[in-house]
Write a protein that binds this ligand. Structure first.
Ligand SMILES: Nc1nc2c(ncn2[C@@H]2O[C@H](COP(=O)(O)OP(=O)(O)OP(=O)(O)O)[C@@H](O)[C@H]2O)c(=O)[nH]1
Length: 320
């Protein structure tokens, strides 16, 4: 969210009967009660054939599917199942598929890996086995089952925003840290966009929070339709979204943000049975050595977003 800024070029115009109307600060009715309508829940994925799930300790609900490549579990950002706890070694253990078997191997961890409470160097896993990694306990699930579905659902609930079904703030932070570490290590470009709905408070105040929630869902759907598979889209605040674009330079990111801005501008939002127009502002910043962590990258994108708001909203601004 961005502090109140003067509205340039967005003065209130009474909606023509058929033309979609724009929101303005003057629509505010401070008596509206806050209420959030939950969706039927995050999108559910199909159960995986074999996976390992954190059932106790740091990273609860986190899951890694085991396909053809070994799954490394550890404290390193680069681990496939990243457990950021001091009791876990950077590369603690790995699970790999060998034919029809799944094998667990300790990778020389300071706190040795334990399988069903026994120290283990290498062992074949069975369905339901418990793997202890530092102070975290994981469960191995070998095939599609009701339990795998249950863990899938717990994981989705822990990592996704129920209203928009985008990643939630906490999950975004985790994924972003991982992508930032990877981009820095390999010298790859990475850009963060922060997207904020313009004049959203008047929507809530005039039409109620349920209508406001509908707007957030509609904007999230537009966002989802525009991002690539490797991009990470999240709802990080009330009416604030973030999109992390790996392998993307500033110009490509600006084009993406413009596409998003224009798509929202062109969208019709039905509020109180009348068509309305809404807009978003976008702040963009790219990863650089001076901005080499999530917090500084977000600060820079926020500063650009602030300028976009300050200069009249419905625009994209890039932090140099
Ligand atoms: N419907 C709904 N509203 C929310 C939710 N979370 C936050 N909000 C509202 O979002 C609004 C944000 O308002 P402001 O930060 O003042 O921003 P704005 O009116 O969009 O103005 P600018 O950002 O300056 O363009 C507040 O009215 C919050 O109550 C939510 O989950 N659902």
């Amino acid at each position: 969210m961005v502090p109140e800024a003067p509205v340039a070029g967005f003065g209130y115009t009474r909606p023509a009967p058929t033309a979609p109307a724009r929101m303005s600060n003057q629509d505010a009715d401070p008596t509206t009660t806050q209420l959030t309508l939950l969706s039927s829940g995050p999108r559910r994925g199909a159960p995986r054939s074999a996976c390992v799930v954190v059932i106790h300790g740091d990273g609860l609900g986190k899951r890694a599917d085991i396909h053809d490549h070994p799954v490394v579990i550890g404290r390193s950002q680069e681990a496939d199942l990243h457990i950021p706890h001091k009791s876990v070694s950077r590369r603690h253990c790995e699970i790999r598929r060998v034919g029809d078997e799944y094998r667990l191997r300790d990778l020389g961890a300071t706190n040795p890996t334990r399988l069903n409470d026994q120290v283990v160097v290498e062992a074949v896993l069975g369905d339901g086995d418990h793997i202890t990694v530092g102070e975290t306990i994981l469960k191995f699930i070998s095939h599609s089952s009701v339990e795998a579905l249950y863990h899938e659902e717990v994981y989705q609930l822990a990592t996704h925003d129920p209203l928009t079904e985008l990643c939630n703030r906490r999950h975004f932070a985790e994924l972003a840290d991982k992508e930032i570490a990877r981009a820095l290590r390999h010298g790859r470009p990475l850009v963060l966009c922060i997207v904020d709905v313009d004049l959203f408070k008047p929507v809530n105040d005039r039409f109620g929070h349920i209508a406001g929630d509908g707007v957030l869902r509609q904007i999230a759907a537009i966002l989802r339709g525009l991002v690539r598979g490797e991009d990470i889209a999240a709802r990080i605040g009330g009416e604030e979204f973030a999109v992390l674009l790996p392998e993307t330079g500033l110009e490509a990111a600006r084009r993406f943000a413009e596409r998003l801005r224009k798509a929202v501008e062109a969208e019709t939002f039905l509020l109180g049975n009348e068509p309305h127009r809404l807009t978003v502002s976008v702040g963009i910043a790219r990863l650089s050595p001076e901005r080499g962590d999530r917090s500084r990258l977000m600060q820079a994108a926020d500063a650009a977003l602030y300028r976009a708001k300050d200069e009249g909203r419905n625009r994209v601004r890039v932090e140099p």
